[in-house]
Structures are given as structure tokens and as C-alpha cells.
Write a protein that binds this ligand. Structure first.
Ligand code: ADP
Ligand code: MG
Length: 291
């Protein structure tokens, strides 16, 4: 593209809060045929709220208080939501020691003389904890699009905490607009497969890659590139930074973490998924002015 076309494209983007960091970013955006979107914080608002609590073998309040004691030590958005919910319920604040964070899995800590685990099915599997009667509730809640956090105390599954994270208003329209531009849309998430599929289905997303460990997100982007796709990755988290770097174009949500914003080629200041197809259209229009 000519320097003038680049200036016009960059200026058009800036007016909408779509910041192209350089001319290469604008040109690469024009060639994208696949958009990979992180789920939590990108397609959703990233502000999960507890919706359902199921306890087995322990009083619900005791189970929640133990889980919250662990989650109070964690920065994870799910952990923040569990802690907040327990406080809203007026539960006692128990002290946790020996906190261990397990990225992509959950966390554990000692609370009084109990060892408490809080996290996903992969965490429970790795600790050989059987869910028993709780598994049915877990499956049903996941299938309804809830993110499910499991709780185990002293090696026994005692609870299911379900959380919902509202989908960003324009997420569906963004997918439709990308389809109109001939782009394939894929969701990439650390969350459970059933939860991811439910939300992807609601939004009309073509493909789902779920239960991905934080360190593996970039590998999945690389795999799509090996298949000949020109990939834009859209993300918000620290987790997403390597995948943003790997992609042909890394796009960060403005409300995201500093690392994501620094790594990205394009930043969406309004945190609006609809700005993804808009960035692409600006890129394509800019490149057409080449001839
Ligand atoms: P995402 O890619 O959706 O942003 P993460 O990679 O941060 O997710 O986490 C993946 C999964 O690991 C979560 O969906 C959750 O099941 C589990 N997890 C991680 N940390 C915690 C925690 N502190 N409490 C409960 N679950 C957790
Ligand atoms: Mg995220």
C-alpha cells in the first residue's frame, strides 16, 4: 500500500479506537482468513458470577467457606468471583496456608487441618479424585454454558460451584460480520469443552479448541498456520500473549492486561469484538488502494 493509504487507514482505525501499531500490522490484517478468539475476557466480559452451588458430604456453607479460603489467595477471575460470593453470603473468612497455584487447573491450600483443592476436572483427575454423584451436576451445568469449579477436601469431592460470564453484546454480530468477510472463526479457551461448545454454538462460531493449557495456546495458533491459514489471534490475558505473538496479527482487547497490549499488533481500545471485522475491512480497503 502507498504511504498515503497507510496513513488514511491508520487514521480511520484510530478514530474508532482501533490502533494499528505500524504499517505491517495494517497490511497483515488485510490478508487474514482465520480469526481465533479467546473466550474469557474477549468474547465474554471476563466478570464471572456464581450462579449455582452444589455440595455433597459437607454443608454447603462449609464447602463454600473452604473453597473461598483457597480462592482468596488467587488472582484468577473465577477465584475473585468465588471469594466475592462467599463474602456476600456472610460466610466466615478462613485462613489458608501453603497456597499452590496450578495454571490451567486451579489451586490448592491448607485450611485448618484440611487440604482443599479448587479447580477443574483436569485438576481432580490429576489428583485421582472421583466426582461420584457430583459428576452429573457438573456435566449438566457445563452443558448449559456455565463454567464449573470443583471443590475437594482431603481427597474427596465435596462441591460444584457454577459461574456464568456474560457474553459481550456484540460478539454474535462480530462473528456474523467475519463470516460475511469470508473469514473462519475459531474459539480458543482453557475452559471446559462442553461450556465452550455451548457458547460457541450460541455465537455461530465455526470451530472450538477447548481445555487448552495456558502455555499451549501459541502451539494451536501455529498449527492453523501450518495448515496454510493466515491467522489473527484476539485475546486479553497474560495467557494469550505468546499466541498473540505467534499469530500473523495479534489483536489485544483494550481492557486486557498490559502484556497482551504490548505484544499485540493491533489494540481495540473499546474492547468491542465488532472492531475485529472493522479492523479487517480497514486493512483490506487500504491494500486495495495499492494499485
Ligand atoms: P481461560 O483460557 O479461559 O482464560 P485459564 O487458562 O486461566 O482460562 O484457566 C483454565 C481453567 O483452569 C479455568 O477455566 C478453570 O477451570 C481452571 N482454573 C484456573 N485457575 C483457577 C482457580 N483459581 N480456581 C478455579 N479454577 C481455576
Ligand atoms: Mg481471556
Amino acid at each position: 500500500a502507498t504511504p498515503t493509504a497507510i496513513m488514511v487507514g491508520t487514521g480511520l482505525g484510530a478514530r474508532r479506537g482501533v490502533l494499528f501499531k505500524n504499517a505491517t500490522a495494517l497490511e497483515a490484517t488485510a490478508r487474514i482468513d482465520t480469526v481465533v478468539l479467546d473466550k474469557t475476557g474477549t468474547l465474554t466480559k471476563g466478570e464471572p458470577e456464581v450462579t449455582d452451588v452444589v455440595a455433597a458430604g459437607l454443608e454447603e456453607q462449609e464447602m463454600l467457606a473452604l473453597a473461598a479460603a483457597v480462592e482468596r489467595e488467587s488472582e484468577h477471575p473465577l477465584a475473585r468471583a468465588v471469594d466475592r460470593y462467599a463474602r456476600q453470603q456472610g460466610l466466615p473468612t478462613l485462613a489458608a496456608t501453603d497456597f499452590v497455584n496450578k495454571p490451567g487447573h486451579g489451586a490448592s491450600a491448607s485450611v485448618g487441618h484440611h487440604r482443599v483443592l479448587v479447580g477443574n476436572r483436569r485438576l481432580m483427575d490429576s489428583e485421582q479424585i472421583r466426582l461420584g454423584e457430583l459428576d452429573e451436576r457438573r456435566a449438566a451445568l457445563s452443558a448449559s454454558g456455565r463454567t464449573v469449579v470443583l471443590v475437594a477436601v482431603d481427597g474427596r469431592a465435596v462441591g460444584v460451584i457454577a459461574l456464568a460470564d456474560a457474553v459481550r453484546e456484540s460478539a454474535g454480530a462480530a462473528v456474523t460480520s467475519l463470516h460475511e468477510a469470508g473469514v473462519r472463526v475459531v474459539m480458543l479457551t482453557g475452559d471446559n469443552e462442553a461450556t465452550a461448545r455451548r457458547i460457541a454454538g450460541q455465537l455461530g462460531i465455526d470451530g472450538v479448541i477447548a481445555e487448552v493449557l495456558p502455555q499451549d495456546k501459541a502451539t494451536h495458533v501455529g498449527r492453523l498456520q501450518q495448515m496454510g491459514r493466515k491467522v489473527a489471534m484476539v485475546g486479553d490475558g497474560v495467557n494469550d500473549a505468546p499466541a498473540l505473538a505467534q499469530a500473523d496479527v495479534g489483536i489485544a482487547i483494550g481492557a486486557g492486561t498490559d502484556v497482551a497490549i504490548e505484544t499485540a499488533d493491533v489494540v481495540l481500545m473499546r474492547s468491542d469484538p465488532l472492531d475485529v471485522p472493522i479492523a479487517m475491512r480497514i486493512g483490506r480497503a487500504t491494500m486495495r488502494k495499492e494499485h
